[in-house]
Ligand binder design. Structure first.
Ligand code: ARG
Length: 455
């Protein structure tokens, strides 16, 4: 039944009904919709807009409808267009005239806005929990790999030796900021739009503070037109999702590279790998590739909603019905990606030996050799030049820097002493870092301790 049929002389085309309906996707909001309606009915009762009996009858019927939806006993219809009118229709079928009073002092515009915010509050908590699990996993791995030495890269060229713990803690910090970002976004989601009516408020003596406390919102949106028209909270949420996916995607890119024979730094567990239908030897990192691919999809969700909102005159426009699918898609994708990713890194095998071998070659101690000369009083630029020439010489002679003889060292600078070998050993290069937040073993231990102390 169309709840708005009064003004129309003839029925809408069924193709228009199909096109207009959102029930196919917004049924996901049934719980939030009923929660919002129960609070609204209680408020109407408390304010004397409905009698206490009417209010109670509605609340009870809504609770039963919720249970019946969950038991799969209610079928939604395209005819009733969206989740709001589907539930109201069922309510009226069940309790008659009283059901028709629920929508007093309310519009679907503030109803959908409150449903959407309640939904995002719930999903923010779910994403937060998944991020916590990822952070715990990263921290545990970092603790385990404080002595695992590997090449650090810039331009994907071997740059300076680091520990795997240091590399993992870099991601720890990124995901910790993602968690912060979701929490911060939540403070703006957590504001009540209900009670705004269609756009201009209502003529009833409603109590929006009561609605906020019933529904657990931290505050009441101060302007009704803003409350029903804007979706910036959903955009912020999609932005948080996009940045998280970007971080996951970068990490996945590394896992894909690291699991190639060329790197052989890790092996992804069989449980999170797939085979090839034609090449029997293949073991592919499909989960990591899919997460990398799905990051594009989540960016698309953000772009879709930004574009949907950009030309809308105030206040509500039906374009806003298009806000839900991108958000639902992003929520599903981020949650699935975080879950799979955490399991994938928890179970992957780290090939410490391969990492250590890779760290030996590539002249990654060249900066440390330059620093050695700086300590002898030579200006850094000159040291850079000297070591650069030494590296070229060593490459031509197929040697690592620490494989050059002391005579060879002396042919580049008299300042070299026998202690140069000790100073440019891979482990010393890591140990010698002194700046706060460096890869030195002591600094990494401090970073871990700070995280554990909640700093
Ligand atoms: N299904 C609609 C949506 O998702 C609900 C709000 C409809 N409001 C209206 N004035 N037609 O946006």
């Amino acid at each position: 039944m169309k709840l708005w049929k009064g003004r129309f002389a003839k029925a809408s085309a069924s193709s228009a009904d199909e096109f207009n309906a959102s029930i196919g996707f917004d049924q996901r909001l049934y719980r939030e919709d009923i929660t919002g309606s129960i609070a609204h009915a209680k408020m109407l009762g408390k304010q004397g807009i409905l009698t206490p009996e009417e209010s109670q009858q509605i609340v009870q019927a809504l609770q039963e409808i919720l249970a019946d939806i969950e038991a799969g006993k209610i079928e939604f219809t395209v005819e009733s267009e969206d989740i709001h009118m589907n539930i109201e229709t069922v309510l009226t079928e069940r309790i008659g005239q009283t059901g028709k009073k629920l929508h007093t002092a309310r519009s679907r515009n503030d109803q959908v806005a409150v449903d959407f915010r309640l939904y995002l509050k719930k999903e923010s908590a779910a994403v937060d929990e998944l991020l916590s699990q990822l952070l715990d996993t990263l921290l545990a791995l970092a603790k385990e790999h404080q002595e695992t030495i590997m090449p650090g890269y810039t331009h994907l060229q071997r740059a300076q030796p680091v520990t795997l713990a240091y590399h993992l803690l870099a991601y720890y910090q990124m995901f910790a900021r993602d968690k912060e970002r979701f929490c911060d976004c939540l403070t703006r989601i957590d504001r009540l739009p209900l009670g705004s009516g269609a756009l201009a408020g209502t003529t009833y003596n409603t109590d929006r503070d009561f609605l906020a406390s019933e529904l657990g919102f931290a505050s009441v949106l101060p302007n009704g037109m803003d409350a029903v028209a804007d979706r910036d909270f959903a955009l912020e949420f999609l932005n948080c999702c996009s940045i998280t996916m970007m971080h996951l995607s970068r990490f996945c890119e590394e896992l894909i590279l690291w699991s190639s024979v060329e790197f052989s730094f890790i092996e992804i567990d069989d449980a999170y790998s797939t085979g090839s239908s034609i090449m029997p030897q293949k073991k592919n990192p499909d989960m990591a590739e899919l997460i990398r691919g799905k990051s594009g999809r989540v960016y698309g969700d953000l772009m879709a909603l930004l574009t949907i909102c950009k030309g809308l005159p105030l206040a509500y426009n039906k374009d806003l019905q298009e806000d839900k699918e991108p958000v639902f898609d992003a929520v599903d994708t981020v949650k699935a990606s975080l879950g799979i990713f955490t399991e994938m890194i928890r179970t992957m095998k780290v090939r410490e030996q391969k990492m250590a071998e890779a760290a030996k070659y590539g002249y990654m101690n060249a900066t440390d050799a330059a620093d050695y000369l700086v300590a002898k009083g030579i200006p850094f630029r000159d040291c850079h030049e000297i070591i650069g020439r030494m590296v070229l010489y060593a490459i031509e002679n197929g040697k690592a820097l620490d494989e050059l003889t002391i005579e060879e060292f002396h042919s580049f600078s008299d300042a070299f002493g026998e202690d140069i070998y000790e100073k440019i050993a891979v482990r010393s290069c890591i140990e010698a870092k002194k700046s706060a937040g460096s890869t030195s073993f002591a600094s990494v231990a401090r970073q871990i301790a700070d995280i554990e102390a909640g700093k």
